[in-house]
Design a protein around this ligand. Structure first.
Ligand SMILES: Cc1cc2nc3c(=O)[nH]c(=O)nc-3n(C[C@H](O)[C@H](O)[C@H](O)COP(=O)(O)OP(=O)(O)OC[C@H]3O[C@@H](n4cnc5c(N)ncnc54)[C@H](O)[C@@H]3O)c2cc1C
Length: 235
């Protein structure tokens, strides 16, 4: 097996949360689009930032590729481990860490799905509006700078993400951004990492902007004579 040394060290760290069976590898080789399947050598299921950091440090040392994997709803094959190595499944990091209702924000682990977040928020009167159509994870949505049907009113993940905790390729943990709406201290690393599709680091915490639940929601289908008419209507 390729990358044997790294996989052995990861097994010592994670126990049965490091899988090398065909079924786990096959599950992480699929995509929603037409891209050829790409099998990882192993699948790791971390539960904490510390574990993500240790996994990346081990793989960095052994030159073993790592590809983050979340809800696998991306349509361009982004989560496929085309170089083999480790598929890093974020699906066990699903906790809501804090909800600051008065500040209209919350901090969550990246594997939490947007539907699960909105279920958690329901009683607060707040909601998280970005909706790409699939029940994607918050980390995957940040990594792909997801948009969706609510983008005209609420923006995209570019506007929704206020701060991040990210593990760099060598295992170093960094924090970017803050809850503050105004900040001009240093480089805007948050917006560098939002949309970077796992190439710059692994997102382990996301602080999100929240909104009040609308009093009413309605939908209608309208027909327009031209694209220009439709666009003008939206404006
Ligand atoms: C029916 C349908 C409609 C869709 N409509 C839209 C739409 O309107 N707008 C839109 O933007 N998208 C849309 N998408 C695409 C998809 O939902 C988004 O790309 C989504 O944000 C991916 O999130 P995920 O959790 O599925 O991530 P995955 O597909 O698992 O991963 C996506 C990328 O993020 C990386 N990644 C995942 N987690 C992390 C992490 N914690 N840290 C670092 N990198 C990570 C992966 O390596 C990969 O590169 C649609 C998909 C479907 C199936």
């Amino acid at each position: 097996m390729a990358h044997e040394a790294a996989i052995e060290a990861l097994r010592a760290l994670l126990g049965d949360r490091l899988a090398t069976s065909d079924s786990h590898r096959e599950l992480h080789a699929q995509n929603e689009a037409y891209f050829a399947r790409a099998l990882p050598d192993a699948v790791a299921y971390p539960e904490t930032t510390e574990e993500v950091s240790r996994i990346l440090a081990i793989c960095h040392e052994a030159r073993c590729p790592v590809t983050p994997f979340a809800a696998a709803s991306s349509l361009e094959g982004q989560h496929l481990p085309i170089a083999g190595g480790v598929s890093l499944d974020m699906g066990r990091m699903t906790r809501v860490l804090t909800v600051n209702a008065e500040d209209l924000n919350c901090t969550v682990q990246p594997g939490l799905t947007r539907e699960a977040l909105n279920t958690e928020l329901r009683a607060t009167g707040l909601f998280f509006p970005i909706d790409p159509g699939a029940n994607a994870s918050i980390g995957g949505m940040a990594a792909t700078r997801a948009s969706g049907t609510m983008a005209v009113r609420y923006g995209t993940m570019r506007e929704a993400v206020l701060a991040l905790e990210v593990v760099m390729a060598d295992g170093t943990v960094i924090r970017t951004g803050s809850q503050a709406r105004k900040s001009a201290t240093g480089y805007d690393l948050t917006h560098l990492i939002v949309g970077s599709e796992g190439t710059l680091g692994v997102i382990t915490e996301v602080t999100l902007r929240l909104y009040g639940q609308p009093e009413a929601i309605s939908a209608a289908t309208c027909r327009f004579e031209s694209v220009e008419d439709a666009v003008n209507c939206v404006i």
